[in-house]
Design a protein around this ligand. Structure first.
Ligand SMILES: C[S@@+](CC[C@H](N)C(=O)[O-])C[C@H]1O[C@@H](n2cnc3c(N)ncnc32)[C@H](O)[C@@H]1O
Length: 280
């Protein structure tokens, strides 16, 4: 899969992305509360200068900005980043957001207190080379002692059970219920999988088509993920020069995915993982 196809996937999904959530605004508020708590624990009360380098339509970035942090959003998908900025304004806030690849972050060195990369964005990178480029770039734009915060699917579990589908999620719209689910097709390496993302959207009734609601519009988009285990991701994060790597599990954090926090070491922290606090 190419970078172009990931961008296409999210450009096409940007308009419908909120339909993945039962109530997107409630999710934004909840996620900002949980992630804000972890940021506060690591950095103090703030406000903090935060880069959300895979902001999508703003699920984490808008809530963190509403909580008073100075948040900048970037994302591979120009359509998602543009929607994030617009959704912030629609809620009376402000979120500068632009298209950028997390492997080539267009920001000056050491300008952020925290980097957020949430909801399984990093596993879109399919090689060690790409992961290293992204993590080294995040480290570069973080100030010394700044905090990295990643959230990913529980792939330790998925690598054991190799699911082939996700349960349907249902959200309400003015036209009726929208149903979202995924089919997973595992590669032979047992680590990567192609994903088919299905959304079933009811047609709107119109004067010309009064029974349209009997018909579903099926939207299918495809992309590929690398199902990184926690120990694989921990090793990449340590190799990129981060310290105090800690996993926060859903039972203790209240977040729906495992969250990794790590601290940017000082100028001498090189690329060797030895001697760091690594707690997968
Ligand atoms: C599952 S979505 C999560 C978006 C957002 N954090 C949220 O929770 O709504 C994954 C995001 O990662 C972004 N992404 C994937 N590869 C990227 C890359 N190389 N650089 C920047 N963003 C990337 C996608 O465009 C998409 O918006």
């Amino acid at each position: 899969m190419s970078e172009f196809s990931v961008r296409n996937f999210y450009d096409e999904l940007a308009r419908d992305y909120h339909l993945i959530f039962r109530d997107w605004d409630a999710s934004m508020a909840h996620q900002a509360g949980v992630l804000g708590e972890l940021l506060g624990r690591g950095l103090g009360a703030g406000p903090q200068r935060i880069l959300d380098c895979s902001c999508g339509i703003g699920t984490q970035a808008i809530g963190l900005a509403s909580a008073g942090h100075r948040v900048v959003g970037s994302d591979l998908s120009p359509a998602a980043a543009a929607r994030a900025a617009a959704e912030a304004v629609a809620r009376g806030g402000r979120l500068p957001a632009a298209a950028a690849d997390m492997r080539r972050l267009p920001f000056a060195d050491e300008v952020f207190d925290a980097i957020v990369c949430a909801d399984n964005s990093l596993p879109h990178l399919l090689s060690g080379e790409d992961l290293r480029a992204a993590l080294l770039g995040m480290r570069r734009v973080l100030r010394e002692d700044g905090l990295l915060l990643l959230t990913v699917r529980d792939y330790d579990e998925a690598r054991r059970t190799r699911p082939t589908a996700t349960p349907p999620q249902v959200s309400e719209t003015s036209a009726g219920k929208v149903i979202t689910f995924q089919l997973w097709h595992w590669h032979e390496d047992g680590e990567r999988y192609d994903l088919e993302h299905f959304q079933l959207v009811p047609e709107e009734n119109t004067p010309d088509a009064p029974d349209a609601r009997d018909t579903w519009d099926t939207r299918v988009r495809r992309t590929t993920y690398w199902a990184l285990t926690r120990s694989q991701l921990t090793a990449f994060v340590a190799e990129a020069g981060f310290a105090d790597i800690t996993w926060h599990h859903p039972e203790s954090s209240g977040f729906y995915q495992p969250v990794l926090t790590a601290r940017r070491g000082g100028p001498d922290s090189g690329s060797v993982a030895t001697g760091r606090s690594v707690r997968p």
